[in-house]
Design a protein around this ligand. Sequence first.
Ligand code: TYD
Ligand code: MG
Length: 424
Amino acid sequence: MQEERTPEIGKGRPRGPDLVDGRKGPLPLAAIESSEEMRLLTKVGEFDRVLGGGVVTGSVTLVGGDPGIGKTTLLLQILPQLADGSEQVLYVSGEESPRQIKMRCERLGIQSHALLILPETNLEEILKTASETAPAALVIDSIQTTFSSHLTSAPGSVSQVQEVAAQVMFFAKRSGTPAFLIGHVTKDGAIAGPRTLEHIVDTVLYFEGEKGHAYRILRAVKNRFGSTNEIGVFEMTDAGLQEVSNPSAWFLSERPQKATGSVVVASLEGTRPILVELQALVSPTTFAMPRRMANGVEANRVALLVAVMEKRMGLNLAGQDIYVNVVGGLQIDEPALDLGIVAAVTSSLRNRPIAPTTVVFGEVGLGGEVRAVGQAEIRLREAAKMGFQRCLLPERNILKMPPIESLELLGVSEVGEALHAIFS
Ligand code: TYD
Ligand code: MG
């Protein structure tokens, strides 16, 4: 008799696609069969889009986000859609009791027989149940509460979350079950977690939004099966998350028509154009140092543009407090907003409103020049679609632009010229 030990399940264990395909050794590229990956549609367009056209079978997706942002809600709403006919999906919760989940589902209007709820934090038990029930999809909420009994470290530690992710990956690849891992992240990344997993899983989605604002953005930061340029926009309502298929209309819905300091800018989130309202308020300061406050845009960018306006256009802003805000709580960091910031600040300073049918975009350089930005055409098409009549954009962007129906294009090459066009 010879003793045969089961290999210690630990760091050195072989894992990955080799083992899954059951063959070893290198193959010439030409000899490898290619096949379209199988995708399941959730029928939630915004979600499918972010994943690159549906959920790939056998893929592992990490959904990260701040606590309370709506990750549980999102997956509870979407998951049952993956079950077809007699299939069921397995929702493993280590955070909430089945009763809590039931109450939430009632509020969300989910009464699916296809949804199996398992309150469990032990990974081995979870995978055992998953093997037995063969669900159409698996969700583990959250990765921080799940632990493998093969490791002695505490749940949520780096080694635990990595082990859980690796085991789930193995299960998903072997069974073809798409799996979703929910992970909490804090602003400073303090919790060991999602960040250390990004290289293990196939897809990493971040669910973002501002506290106190209803909109939520689902963003792909890594995707082995699609582009990372896609975003999905949702609105958190009292009946759960709703898709926002026309974000521009949503962000512009409460725009004042004749207010000073307000301008619409055409920005880009990934490949998606979004028109947002930018507001500025300029008022004489009562402080020794005038205040500069920016919400949704980088404060440094505003300071830089203010300096350009003072130096290149001779505006006197030294005695003025300046507040800049992107309406709706959106965070935008692309230079195409520059011209909008300059226009909004000037509008407030001069107390002159900007025509509500005008949209602007363009990067502003330190010399006061307006520089070309990427993807001008899709920004313009979005503006035309939303009924805008006039667009101020960098001269260079106009050069090869085909005419856009019902939109007057005004190319500008420096800020003074732009402001003249806006306020004349
Ligand atoms: P949740 O999905 O529990 O967040 P996470 O799993 O990311 O921690 O979402 C919790 C928040 O969402 C909660 O503060 C209330 C809000 N919410 C709504 O506004 N409407 C709803 O229908 C639901 C279910 C939650
Ligand atoms: Mg949750």
